[in-house]
Design a protein around this ligand. Structure first.
Ligand code: C2E
Ligand code: CA
Ligand code: CA
Length: 786
């Protein structure tokens, strides 16, 4: 009913007060009304009493005067002699003395002699009264008028002397004057069945009935009289009669006028009551404000709290409300603190306290994302291995320090720890080239050794970059693209690279591609290519690396960099590798048949090296090879699971298979493992060869690697030889073998046989190798992309 507490309080208080007041008022009214009635009754009674006394005194006076006139000598003689003049004179005296209005003599014959002369008419009532008894004074009706009269006997039964005073308005006014309260006095006479005052009022019947009942009633005194218009108190006093006329005096008092002394009291009470109510409303309204205002403040604060706005409530009082406000403030503070902690937990990585992926996603909210915003995923290379070496706690600290470095390098850039070994950072760049430039600058700054307690750890990172996505792209999808870009960059053997949509494809297609692999192996869509290695020592091509190719019927050529890792991840790599091995042995037979018994090198995935079953199967196959076989492995494969890998490598070596360490220098290198491996060949990664003629540092690295290989009793193969300059430089460095586009791209058996038969070509290689070594850092030659 009430939306505001204040209105409710005010209404309730004012309402209760009004009810109490009303009750007092009602009681007061009834007490007053009752008192008034009693007062009026008493007043009427006493008025009636006084009137009766006056009436009686007046009658006595009339009686006395009449008696005296009757016994005066003069009148009796005059009546006797019918001396009318004398009679009139006496009657005149009588009237004057008695203060009567009329005076007359009634002879015993019934003749009336009045002052004005003899009159024949006399009411039958009077005549009867005079003749039958000795009537006392009382009401007398004469010529239609009412009188108060007294009769005295004349001596010797000569007749009667009568004096009467008119009962008119004057008398009635006199009665009114007698009363302390306003009364209405009227004389009623019985007229047959009815009582009448000579006027025909509307409530005449009621009055007549009232008088009749009053006279019949045992109880005298005032009683209630209800007429059509009002409720009055009335008293009917019977009047003595001279001539038998029945008359009453009716005294009436109407309370509406009679209440007046109390009326003022009542109206004063009402006025006080109304003022009280008004004051109470104002007071309650004001008081309620003292309660409701702090409550409203609290309510507003609570509403804001619900919306996440924290507000301190100030209540000016020192009561329960202020304590509620204090509790509220304490609660708000506690909630704020808890929320801060929850936010901290939700948006930060607990290990490093760096912002987490969710925090970055929020910052990269698509709506607020600037147009040229690139996102870099910075991966710590070989993190699992580093963690294995230094422990989880220090590895976490390493990432934390890298995060701190990143935050320092790009203070306002949104950044986060995306996964255990990947940090993410968003930055603005003008183009992809610009983004890559920035990434390389970041790498240079991040790849500085980190000191962890006592230890100094060298860090290497790879950066994958997601190009600005459309406004429809979610921030989570953008982070995913950056993560994929990181994987792609690592696969390409680069330090920094962009996300390659075409290379990624989508996971659904990956699965379908793997489903197609088995058939592709049968139909010949998957086939082998062999890339020859030039032997500087013999000046001939006596070995080649076998590489797998897939010419997909609808997707065209699929790079092994794409499907080989897929096969590794989906468990197809063993079948693929065994197939490659079988085919390589078959091809070797073909080469031998063509007069070229060459050594073939097959790539063995890291994953397979610790697979004992594969190892046994591969060894069995290798024993069937018509000529020398070689397995190219990477050091990472050994580092990840040294015991099993080393065992299997020993087994291969024991079966007469040569071991080549592939991609040396591209990944993590451990001299400890290098020393343990029964390898024949070290293949330095093409990364170093491609810059060998431009970078003195790379040249130096290659030279020392050649020395290292020789020191360990291994032959060194340079991969990715593309230019005659690099070729000649490598020859001068005492390199053993060269592999690259300069010599040949990976080709079919027939093509390779043709090359091997091409003496002019071999002659060209020899000459190039013998050619004067080109100047270091001479005209840089851009390598063609494979
Ligand atoms: P990889 O073992 O390092 O193979 C050498 C890659 O370098 C080959 O790429 C080859 O085509 C490329 N290459 C050769 N000479 C040059 C050059 O002068 N310049 C440049 N830029 N590149 C050159 P390919 O065939 O695309 O193979 C890529 C990778 O796929 C291989 O790297 C190897 O890791 C993997 N792979 C290829 N075939 C097999 C296989 O049969 N089994 C397994 N497990 N992996 C394979
Ligand atoms: Ca290889
Ligand atoms: Ca390689």
């Amino acid at each position: 009913m009430f939306r505001r507490l204040r209105a409710k309080l005010t209404f309730m208080y004012a309402g209760l007060f009004s009810i109490a007041l009303l009750m007092i008022g009602v009681v007061a009214y009834f007490v007053i009304a009752d008192n008034t009635q009693k007062l009026a009754e008493q007043q009427l009674a006493s008025t009636a009493q006084v009137f009766t006394q006056i009436w009686d005194a007046r009658l006595d006076h009339l009686q006395d005067a009449a008696e005296r006139t009757a016994h005066a000598q003069g009148l009796a003689a005059a009546v006797d002699t019918r001396d009318d003049a004398q009679i009139r004179a006496r009657l005149g005296e009588l009237r004057t003395v008695s203060n009567a209005d009329i005076a007359f003599v009634v002879t015993h014959e019934g003749l009336i002699i009045s002052e004005t002369g003899a009159s024949a008419s006399m009411s039958p009532g009077l005549q009867m009264a005079l003749t039958q008894s000795d009537p006392g004074p009382g009401v007398l009706r004469q010529s239609g008028e009412l009188f108060q009269g007294a009769a005295a006997d004349l001596p010797n039964q000569q007749g009667w002397v009568i004096a009467a005073a008119r009962l008119g308005s004057q008398q009635m006014d006199a009665i009114r004057a007698l009363s302390a309260i306003p009364v209405d006095a009227t004389t009623f006479v019985r007229d047959g069945q009815r009582w009448t005052d000579g006027q025909e009022g509307a409530d005449h019947t009621t009055l007549s009935t009232f008088i009749e009942q009053s006279l019949r009633s045992e109880r005298d005194g005032a009683r209630e009289l209800r007429t059509q218009n009002e409720k009055a108190i009335a008293l009917a006093a019977p009047l003595a009669s001279l001539d038998g006329t029945q008359a009453v005096l009716l005294l009436r008092h109407s309370p509406s006028s009679g209440i007046s002394p109390y009326g003022t009291l009542l109206s004063t009470l009402i006025a006080i009551g109304l003022t009280g109510v008004a004051l109470l409303i104002a007071g309650t309204w004001f008081l309620a404000r003292g309660i409701t205002q702090p409550l409203s403040t609290l309510e507003a604060a609570a509403r804001k709290l619900r919306e996440g706005v924290y507000e301190t409530v100030v209540v000016g009082t020192k009561d329960e409300l202020s304590r509620v406000a204090e509790s509220f403030n304490a609660m708000t503070a506690a909630i704020r603190e808890r929320e801060r902690r929850i936010t901290q937990l939700a948006f930060h990585d607990s290990e490093t306290r760096l912002p987490n992926r969710v925090a970055l996603e929020r910052k990269l909210n698509a709506a607020a994302r600037p147009e040229r915003l690139y996102l870099a995923a910075i991966g710590v290379d070989r993190f699992a291995h580093v963690r294995g070496a230094i422990g989880y706690a220090l590895a976490g600290e390493l990432v934390r320090q890298l995060g701190a470095r990143l935050a320092h390098l790009a203070p306002n850039a949104p950044m986060a720890r995306l996964s255990s070994d990947v940090l993410g950072v968003a930055f603005i760049a003008t183009s992809e080239a610009d983004a890559l430039k920035r990434a390389h600058a970041l790498i240079a700054n991040l790849e500085q050794s980190v000191s962890l307690g006592e230890q100094i750890v060298d860090v290497q990172v790879t950066i994958g970059i997601a190009q600005p996505g459309g406004k429809e792209e979610t921030s989570s999808a953008m982070i995913e693209r950056a993560s994929i870009a990181l994987d792609q960059t690592r696969q390409r053997g680069q330090k920094a690279g962009m996300y390659d949509e075409a290379a990624y494809g989508d996971p659904a297609r990956t699965l379908s591609l793997m489903g197609e692999m088995r058939r592709a192996l049968e139909t010949g869509a998957i086939y082998l290519a062999h890339q020859p290695k030039y032997n500087f020592r013999t000046g001939r091509i006596d070995s080649a690396e076998t590489l797998v190719r897939w010419r997909h019927p609808t997707r065209g050529n699929i790079a092994p960099d794409l499907f080989v890792p897929m096969a590794e991840e989906t468990g197809h790599i063993r079948a693929l590798t065994e197939w490659v091995l079988e085919r390589a042995i078959a091809d070797q037979l073909a080469f031998k048949a063509a007069g070229h018994p060459i050594k073939l090198a097959v790539n063995i995935s890291a994953r397979l090296l610790s697979d004992n079953e594969f190892a046994r199967h591969a060894t069995a196959l290798a024993r069937q090879a018509p000529h020398q076989l070689c397995f190219e492995i990477t050091e990472t494969a050994v580092i990840d699971n040294p015991v099993a890998a080393l065992e299997n490598i020993e087994m291969f070596a024991a079966a007469g298979v040569h071991i080549a360490i592939d991609d040396y220098g591209a990944g993590l290198s451990s001299l400890a493992y290098l020393k343990q491996l029964p390898a024949h060949e070290l293949k330095i990664d093409k990364l170093f060869i491609q810059n060998i003629t431009m970078s003195q540092r790379d040249a130096l690295l290659v030279r020392s690697t050649i020395d290292l290989a020789h020191g360990l009793g291994m032959a060194l193969t340079a991969e990715g030889v593309e230019t005659p300059a690099a070729f000649a430089l490598l020859a001068s460095m005492n390199c053993d073998l060269a592999q690259g586009y300069l010599i040949s791209r990976p080709v079919s058996v027939d093509e390779l046989v043709a090359l091997l038969n091409d003496e002019r070509r071999l002659q060209f290689y020899k000459q190039t190798a013998l050619g004067a070594p080109p100047q270091l850092a001479a005209t840089p030659q851009q390598p063609k992309q494979a």
